[in-house]
Design a protein around this ligand. Structure first.
Ligand SMILES: [Zn+2]
Ligand SMILES: [Zn+2]
Length: 218
C-alpha cells in the first residue's frame, strides 16, 4: 500500500514574493508578476534617457538643481559621491554583470564579454538579462534576490536623480494662529502668501511646520 500523503503538511509552492504560484506557474521559481516587475525595473536603466545616463547629469553638485556654480574655472568641481559610486565601475554595471556571469555559469555558457564604455556595457548587460529573464524566473534559485537587488539599485538611481532635480512641492502649515491653512512650497521658493493674508519670505516659508507627514511622504 502506498503511503497516504499527509495533506495537512502540504504547502502550496510560493514565489519568493510570498504569492502562491498559480497552476500555470507551477515548476517556476518566481511568479509572472515578479518576472514582469524585474523587467519593468531593468527597462528603466539603459539608453540615453535611462536612469543610468541620468546619473552622469547629477554628478556635479548644483548642475542638476539648476543652481549656478560660480567660481574659478580652473578649480575642479567636486563630484557627488553617491551617484558616482552607482555610475562607476563597481556600481550598477558591475552588479548586473555579476548576475549575468552567474546566469551564464548556471546555463554552462561561456563567460559573457564586455565591449565599449560603461554606458555601452550597461545597455548590453540589461539587454542580455532581459532576454534571459524568462529562464531566470523559471529556473534560477536566487531569482528573488536578483529582483530585490536590481529594484534597490534602480531606487537608488532614482533617488539620486530626483533628489537633485525635483522641485516637488512640500505641504507646510501656515503659522498664523487660527489659520493652519496648508501651503505648498518648493526648495527654491522665493516666498509664499497665505490665504489669510500673511506673506512668508523664503527663509520663513521653508521653516514652516510640515503638514501631515503621511501625505508628503507618498
Ligand atoms: Zn512573485
Ligand atoms: Zn494663513
Amino acid at each position: 500500500m502506498p503511503e497516504t500523503p499527509d495533506l495537512a503538511d502540504y504547502e502550496w509552492p510560493t514565489c519568493p514574493c510570498g504569492r502562491q504560484l498559480r497552476n500555470d506557474e507551477l515548476g517556476r521559481v518566481a511568479c509572472r508578476l515578479c518576472q514582469d516587475r524585474a523587467d519593468t525595473v531593468l527597462r528603466q536603466l539603459p539608453g540615453p534617457k535611462g536612469l543610468y545616463a541620468g546619473l552622469a547629469r547629477v554628478l556635479v553638485p548644483g548642475v542638476g538643481s539648476g543652481v549656478r556654480v560660480t567660481g574659478s574655472r580652473t578649480a575642479p568641481l567636486p563630484l557627488r559621491i553617491e551617484p558616482l559610486s552607482l555610475q562607476a565601475r563597481g556600481g550598477v554595471v558591475t552588479v548586473l554583470q555579476t548576475w549575468l556571469v552567474d546566469w551564464h555559469e548556471l546555463l554552462e555558457w561561456r563567460h559573457p564579454r564586455w565591449r565599449g564604455g560603461l554606458q555601452q556595457q550597461l545597455d548590453d548587460v540589461v539587454h542580455a538579462l532581459r532576454v534571459n529573464l524568462e529562464w531566470a524566473a523559471t529556473e534560477h534559485p536566487a531569482f528573488g534576490e536578483f529582483t530585490d537587488e536590481v529594484s534597490s539599485l534602480v531606487r537608488q538611481c532614482e533617488r539620486q536623480i530626483s533628489g537633485e532635480r525635483s522641485e516637488r512641492p512640500v505641504a507646510v502649515l501656515c503659522a498664523e494662529p487660527c489659520c493652519g491653512r496648508v501651503l505648498y512650497v518648493t526648495v527654491s521658493t522665493p516666498g509664499v502668501r497665505c490665504g489669510c493674508g500673511v506673506q512668508y519670505a523664503r527663509e520663513a516659508a521653508l521653516s514652516l511646520t510640515l503638514a501631515n507627514r503621511s501625505t508628503t511622504a507618498a
